[in-house]
Design a protein around this ligand. Structure first.
Ligand SMILES: NC(=O)c1ccc[n+]([C@@H]2O[C@H](COP(=O)([O-])OP(=O)(O)OC[C@H]3O[C@@H](n4cnc5c(N)ncnc54)[C@H](O)[C@@H]3O)[C@@H](O)[C@H]2O)c1
Length: 441
């Protein structure tokens, strides 16, 4: 099939590349000419394991193209995916300006019958707005071209995006037309070879499914973080409690690790947007509001432990940070707990030396740009020298089995604050470290 994917970020680039991998001819469009130039020169604008090789291979095979010219891309396409950002607006609701700008351009440029797919995470009712926007442009052109709008929310996880896309748990498609459903089934058939993963439903239910999924996962995280905070108060160990409750199949082990709170480009904005959507329809989403409040507070728990140990005024203290990305396997720092922890420590006078395997440039250029008193290191051990303590904030594999002798030799004091959603299996107290975790006194 001939496909256009509009928006070549984490979702658009991965989706487009995976469709190309299955033999489709895919054109990825982006409004950002620098991004497109880089992609045309074989340079990826994001880090995602396995993506670079797959992009280069499909470009070479002439299955995958990059352009800023939507008109040309749409000329041959049967399907156009909208995969642009839907960031949090000033009032907490999803900002639809990019989605609707794309819809307008589609209406202006489409040349043949088209199925337009909302892949971005969008509030319930957005497909209707996309449809109306395209129709308005067609009316201006006095065109009677046919089109359908379907909802196909994306569930990939950054850091495992390729495998999630190639072997999805489910493919949710919301549509009011058999023609679109059949076309989408055909497109996704190669991703469902071992069993049927295609779930079709009405458009609004598909739009809601994405928010419900993210809200459920965020709820598990905030629930466990709240349990961890209570564990600390009552002298229980949240990690043992985690194992105790996870063994119940109805609860399960996934998403119940206590940690520094959820971040990333999806959970924070989608949880917020869902409460907003509910409110607009006259419903107070109390549980989901609480999930967000617990998470906001959780991002600062590690900083509070540091303050408790070193005092309110951190002038003269230096902290070595391991991990800036919001989770391992990505360079994405959107809403990463590290941003909040570092800003809090710096505001109290501390100096920071930070290391991350992939996200240092993101920190320097965007998320910690202009924040004083931060230096960055190329190796994890380089942040330790003259640091009063090590603070772990992302679960990168290379932090799992560090050289503890090196840590002891380099750090001024053998103190570790561990804010990862995972516990070290080392008995650090016995090895002479002061070791502070979330969920344990
Ligand atoms: N990142 C994830 O893990 C993930 C997972 C599932 C769903 N989503 C959803 O997918 C959507 C995209 O997220 P993302 O993380 O890929 O965003 P992103 O910011 O990485 O990428 C969006 C891209 O769209 C481009 N763009 C903006 N306006 C455009 C226009 N008019 N024409 C062409 N390109 C345009 C931007 O330049 C950018 O490259 C969001 O709604 C998000 O909630 C994201």
């Amino acid at each position: 099939m001939n496909i256009t994917v509009i928006g070549s970020g984490y979702v658009g680039l991965v989706s487009g590349t995976c469709f190309a991998e299955m033999g489709n001819k895919v054109t990825c469009v982006d409004i950002d000419p620098i991004k497109i130039e880089k992609l045309n020169n074989g340079v990826l604008p994001i880090f995602e394991p396995g993506l670079e090789q797959m992009v280069l291979k499909n470009v070479k095979n002439k299955n995958l193209f990059f352009t800023t010219a939507l008109l040309e891309a749409l000329a041959d396409s049967e399907i156009a995916f909208i995969a642009v950002g839907t960031p949090m607006g000033a009032d907490g609701s999803a900002d639809l300006q990019y989605v609707l700008a794309v819809a307008k351009s589609i209406g202006q440029f489409m040349q043949k019958r088209l199925v337009v797919v909302d892949k971005s995470t969008v509030p319930i009712g957005t497909a209707d707005k996309v449809k109306a926007t395209i129709q308005k442009e067609l009316d201006i052109r006095k065109s009677n071209l046919k089109f359908n709008v379907v909802s196909n929310p994306e569930f990939l996880k950054e850091g495992a995006a390729i495998s999630d896309f190639m072997k999805p748990d489910r493919i949710v498609v919301g549509s009011d037309s058999n023609f679109s459903i059949e076309l989408m089934k055909q497109l996704y058939h190669p991703f469902c070879m071992s069993r049927d993963r295609f779930i079709s439903m009405d458009i609004r239910s598909a739009e809601m499914t994405k928010y419900a999924a993210n809200a459920m996962l965020a709820t598990k995280i905030s629930f466990m973080n709240e349990i961890a905070n209570i564990c600390e108060k009552v002298g229980a160990d949240a990690n043992q409690v985690r194992i105790g409750i996870g063994s119940d199949q109805r609860i399960g082990y996934s998403f119940i690790y206590p940690g520094a709170g959820y971040g990333g480009s999806c959970f924070p904005k989608d949880v917020k947007a869902l409460t907003k959507i509910a409110k607009e329809h006259g419903y107070e989403a109390q549980l989901i509001t609480a999930v967000e409040e617990v998470n906001d507070a959780q991002k600062l728990v590690i900083a509070q432990k540091i303050v408790k140990r070193f005092g309110e005024d951190l002038t003269g203290c230096t902290f070595g940070i391991w991990g800036l990305a919001f989770k391992p396997g990505t360079d994405d720092m959107r809403e990463a707990p590290a941003i909040y922890v570092i800003k809090e420590l710096v505001s109290r006078g501390a100096k920071i030396k930070a290391y991350d395997p992939k996200a240092v440039n993101e920190a320097k250029e965007h998320y910690l740009k202009g924040v004083q008193n931060i230096t960055y290191a190329d190796s994890k051990y380089d942040v330790l020298k003259d640091s009063d303590a090590l603070v772990l904030l992302t679960e990168w594999k290379e932090f799992r089995s560090p050289d503890f002798e090196e840590l002891k030799n380099q750090l001024k004091k053998s103190i570790i604050f561990d804010g990862r959603n995972q516990y070290s299996t080392f008995n650090l107290e016995e090895n002479g470290f002061e070791y502070y975790q979330i969920g344990k006194q």
